[in-house]
Ligand binder design. Structure first.
Ligand code: NDP
Length: 479
């Protein structure tokens, strides 16, 4: 099979290559994983925890290298360098939480409707979980699904994005150090066709990526009648009220919108500000945006890096051009800067935007902050909910109570009050759903995230005498 070149986002030049798996190779790996999975499941959650603890040790020893590989893939996103540690947190958290997620499913009791029948529960893992992951946060978004699936007792076949394969290669060096895990956790390199080959073999799919690809994945899963979990894009709003501390609001909005060059599913993508404070808010935002530095000289310095996937810059430029053509003003930023072969964009603030512009409707995935004025709270809520998406939303108000009252009216899975970007705070404790086009399936954090990979069985034992059809007189037949 011909190799696929992998571009370095900082130079725009290929400096790596992958060999895409053929459909036969995907099928062979899937078969090997399925063959090893029963022993993995039979270990019980305690046995699996012991293996995963050894993997945690292997990841710890290579955490810095994993971070470097992630930064190489993304172009130097801040979170890249800590991905090894985030992975350790993910595995370590499930070491504590996985046994509890199983305990909640144990059931052994007498039936209330048929008192002589004993009811026992049994849970069995889907044998093979296929995970298809995107190029943004490439390690974290692959492992958010893969790790709980492994703890659940499934085997996992991962198909990472062809744009960011380096960090997955680094990760699998740690997997190779734990043979019991390597038997049930593998990956295949390649593009969309390899993703489809994984769907053809898996028993359930977890996909993170864009809406158009998510649709293709859902259709392919429907053809096979296998369940799928989709985590798709967002167009996340932030409401800033008249009473808000504008300095606080500008700080939170700027970070929420431009962190990782805006290439985060729960980035702030639309801002609604009360008309009485609109101009003052924009002025503060512009001031703060001017202090954001690009990491052109050193990936560890500066605040934001290049676009991880160069062509994404064209999508962002297209949204800005569409907005300007329809009457919006670019207050600051707005240009793609080609520096050393990388494609960069400074924080880009737009005013005079309306909901007939792509920048207010479609996922931009760039460091853009379109700001729109609203006149009263009902209008702000209506605008925030005027979207196909519903991943997260933020509200910044004079008091937490005021923010909460507004947040409760917004249709999205994660509502951040008095700040943006609070997703990490809820990891492990409580899963939330994604609304609209942002997702499909069970929550991917919290106990439900592990239980997505389990099928529940009930074992019903008759402890009394079986019912005798000759004694059935329910039709009122006295004969
Ligand atoms: P894509 O949808 O382009 O790709 C996602 C994955 O699917 C990649 O591995 C891709 O492979 C693969 N793929 C492409 N075509 C197919 C196909 N026909 N069948 C099966 N698999 C296929 O997303 P991006 O990589 O561009 O990621 C960015 C998107 O992900 C954004 O929309 C973002 O919002 C979303 N996202 C959502 C998150 C959430 O939790 N809701 C979190 C993070 C990102 P390849 O790349 O090799 O072509």
């Amino acid at each position: 099979m011909e190799q696929l070149a992998v571009i370095n986002p900082r130079t725009g030049q290929p400096d790596h290559a992958i060999t895409p798996a053929t459909a036969e190779e995907v099928a062979a790996k899937a078969a090997a994983l399925k063959a090893a999975q029963p022993a993995w499941e039979a270990m019980g959650v305690g046995g699996r925890c012991a293996v995963m603890a050894r993997w945690l040790g292997a990841v710890k020893a290579k955490a810095a290298e994993i971070g470097e590989a992630d930064a190489h893939d993304t172009g130097g996103c801040h979170t890249s360098y800590i991905q090894g540690f985030i992975t350790m947190g993910n595995i370590g958290g499930w070491l504590e939480d996985a046994p509890k997620a199983f305990a909640g499913l144990e059931w052994d009791s007498m039936s209330t409707s048929m008192p002589t029948v004993r009811v026992q529960s049994q849970v069995v893992a889907y044998p093979l979980v296929g995970v298809i992951s995107p190029w943004n946060a490439p390690l974290m978004l692959a492992l958010l699904d893969a790790v709980p699936a492994l703890f659940a007792g499934s085997s996992v076949l991962l198909k990472p994005s062809e744009v960011t394969p380096r960090v997955i290669e680094a990760l699998f060096e740690t997997v190779a150090e734990v043979p019991e895990l390597a038997a049930v956790f593998d990956y295949v390199a390649g593009a969309g066709d390899v993703g489809q080959a994984v769907i053809a073999e898996a028993d359930t799919i977890c996909f993170t990526g864009s809406v158009p690809t998510g649709r293709k994945v859902a259709v392919a899963c429907a053809e096979r009648l296998i369940p799928c979990n989709l985590e798709l894009g967002g167009k996340d709003p932030c409401i800033v009220t008249e009473s808000a501390d504008l300095d606080r609001a500008a700080t939170a909005v700027l970070r929420g919108a431009v962190y990782a060059t805006g290439q985060v599913c729960y980035s702030v993508e639309r801002v609604y500000v009360h008309q009485s404070v609109h101009d003052a808010f924009v002025a503060r935002l512009v001031e703060k945006a001017a202090e954001v530095r690009l990491n052109t000289d050193n990936p560890r310095a500066g605040h934001i890096g290049p676009f991880t996937h160069g062509p994404q810059a064209d999508i962002v430029a297209g949204h800005i051009a569409d907005a300007v053509a329809k009457g919006a003003t670019v207050v600051t930023g707005g240009e793609i800067e080609e520096i050393g072969g990388g494609r960069y964009m400074r924080p880009t603030i737009l005013t005079g935007v309306t909901h007939d512009m792509a920048i207010m409707q479609d996922e931009t995935f760039g460091p853009c902050i379109p700001v729109m004025a609203y006149s009263d709270t009902d209008e702000a809520v209506r605008l925030a909910n005027d979207t196909q998406f519903g991943l997260t939303a933020s509200v910044i108000a004079g008091t937490a109570e005021e923010a909460e009252a507004i947040g409760r009216r917004i249709n999205a899975g994660g509502i951040f009050l008095q700040d943006t970007f609070l997703t990490f705070a809820k990891l492990r404790t409580f899963g939330s759903d994604s609304f609209g086009w942002s997702g499909y399936g069970a929550p991917r954090i919290g106990p439900e995230s592990l239980r997505r990979f389990l099928r529940r069985k009930s074992l019903l034992t008759q402890t009394g005498a079986p019912a005798d059809i000759r004694n059935d007189h329910h039709l009122g037949d006295k004969a």
